[in-house]
Ligand binder design. Structure first.
Ligand code: ADP
Length: 261
C-alpha cells in the first residue's frame, strides 16, 4: 500500500534572547511513495527544521506531521535520515557501520550483515565492505551514510544537504546514484539542497523557501527526474532547453523573494 507523509499547516517557533524566531510559517507538504520533494532556499529558511519535524526529532508549534493520518510522535524506522556530515564510526568497517543501524531491530548478526551487503551493493560499494571509514573518500562516506539509512528499508528518505560537501564531479555521480535508488526502490524522498541545478534535476516537486518567517513561496512540478528514471541520461536532460528554462524560472523566484524580503 502506498503511504503518505505530510506536514499540514505547520508552524514552528523557537525562543531566543532576541525574541521569538519564526522558523516555519504555515508550511504544508505531502510526500507519497515515489515522490521526490526537494526544498531549496538560502540558509535560515527553516528547511532543516522541516526535515527534523518530518523525522520526528522535534514537534511543530502548530499544525501537524502525520503518516497516513497518524500523527508522528517521534523518529521511526519508516523514515530514514541522511545528513551531510554523517556520523559514521571511523574505527568500524563500512559493513559494520551499516549493520550498526540495524542494532535496534532485533535481528540476527548474520541477517544484519546480509542486509548491509545488499544496500552497500545498491549504493555501488560492493567490494568495500571491510574498508575502514578512515580509509575511504568523502563521496564514499556519503554512500555509506545513504546505505545506513536504506538498511532499515524505510518508506521515506529524508536527506539534509547530503551532497553539499562533495566536489563537483562526485556530486554529479551522487545525484544520479540517489536517483537510481529512488527509481529502484520507489521510496518517497525529501531532499534539502542549495543547488538550483540539483533541485530541478532531482525533484518531482520543488519547494522554494524564503526566510524570516520560513515559508514556501513557490512550488514547481518537474518531470526531469522521471525522464532519468525512464532511461534518459542526466547529461541529455541538462542539455534540454526546457531544463535551462526551468532553472532560470527558479532563479527568478529566488531573486524576486529576496528583493521583496
Ligand atoms: P535552514 O535549514 O533553511 O538553514 P533552519 O531550519 O536551520 O534553516 O533554521 C531556521 C531558523 O530557525 C534560523 O533562523 C535558525 O537560526 C533558527 N533555529 C533553528 N534551530 C533552532 C533552535 N534549536 N533554537 C533556536 N533557533 C533555531
Amino acid at each position: 500500500m502506498s503511504s503518505t507523509l505530510i506536514a499540514h499547516q505547520v508552524h514552528k517557533t523557537y525562543p531566543s534572547p532576541r525574541g521569538t524566531v519564526h522558523a516555519l510559517e504555515n508550511v504544508s507538504v505531502s510526500i507519497r511513495q515515489g515522490d521526490f520533494v526537494v526544498a531549496l532556499g538560502a540558509s535560515g529558511c527553516g528547511k532543516s527544521t522541516l526535515l527534523s519535524l518530518l523525522a520526528g526529532f522535534q514537534f511543530p508549534s502548530a499544525g501537524r506531521i502525520a503518516v497516513d493520518g497518524q500523527v508522528v510522535s517521534g523518529p521511526g524506522a519508516d523514515r530514514g535520515v541522511v545528513f551531510q556530515d554523517d556520523a559514521l564510526f571511523p574505527w568500524l568497517s563500512v559493513l559494520d557501520n551499516v549493520a550498526f543501524g540495524l542494532t535496534l531491530q532485533g535481528i540476527s548478526k548474520a541477517e544484519k550483515q546480509a542486509r548491509a551487503r545488499t544496500v552497500l551493493a545498491q549504493v555501488g560499494l560492493a567490494g568495500f565492505e571491510q574498508h575502514r571509514i578512515s580509509e575511504i573518500s568523502g563521496g564514499m562516506r556519503q554512500r555509506v551514510g545513504l546505505a545506513r539509512a536504506l538498511a532499515a528499508n524505510p518508506s521515506w528518505l529524508l536527506m539534509d544537504e547530503p551532497l553539499g560537501a562533495l566536489d563537483a564531479l562526485t556530486r554529479e555521480q551522487m545525484q544520479t546514484l540517489v536517483l537510481d535508488v529512488w527509481r529502484d526502490t520507489g521510496k518517497g524522498i525529501f531532499l534539502i539542497t542549495h543547488s538550483i541545478e540539483e533541485a530541478v534535476l532531482m525533484s518531482t516537486e520543488l519547494l522554494i523557501f524564503s526566510p524570516r518567517p520560513g515559508r514556501i513561496v513557490a512550488r514547481h512540478e518537474y518531470d526531469f527526474a522521471r525522464r532519468y528514471a525512464n532511461g534518459e541520461s542526466a547529461r541529455s536532460i541538462k542539455q534540454d532547453p526546457a531544463f535551462a528554462i526551468a532553472k532560470s524560472q527558479v532563479l527568478d523566484d529566488i531573486i524576486q523573494q529576496t528583493e521583496y524580503a
